[in-house]
Design a binder for this molecule. Structure first.
Ligand code: 9YT
Length: 128
């Protein structure tokens, strides 16, 4: 087994600044788990368009509050500490942070660790 501390990732290439968010990639594809795990801070007052067409993601909010808007139906989903949302249909969405939000994000398939969103809020498929 292994133990990964947040401080092991801070300041490395696996601490990725996406502008509206900073993602600390704790478990990535190379760890061979079949999923990846990030500890992500979403910055207060931001709105981010996200559409993971190539990944499923579960997002567990452990600090802060905000909302998700699913764009297929314009439904607003308030999210607060101790709630998880699962993008089980590759849902295109807006993520709005009212306060700083600290999120534990699990991706299937796993991120390689270096991804930032493209102009459509997408991460590419990892062909490696
Ligand atoms: C919650 C969310 O999807 N934030 C965008 C960043 C992403 N979770 C990541 O790469 O950690």
């Amino acid at each position: 087994m292994k133990v990964v501390a947040l401080e092991d990732v801070l300041g490395t290439k696996h601490e990725v600044d996406g502008g509206n968010w900073i993602s600390r990639r704790l478990i990535t594809k190379k760890d061979g788990m079949g999923y990846s795990v990030n500890d992500t801070i979403i910055k207060a007052g931001t709105e981010t368009h996200i559409w993971y067409q190539n990944h499923l993601e579960s997002v567990y909010c452990i600090e802060g509050e905000g909302e998700v808007v699913t764009l297929s139906d314009n439904k607003v989903w308030p999210i607060e500490k101790d709630q998880l949302y699962a993008l089980d249909k590759n849902d295109e969405h807006l993520l709005r942070a009212k306060t700083d939000m600290r999120m534990v994000c699990v991706f299937n398939p796993p991120l390689t660790g270096n991804e930032v969103h493209d102009e459509n809020g997408v991460y590419p498929v990892d062909e490696g």
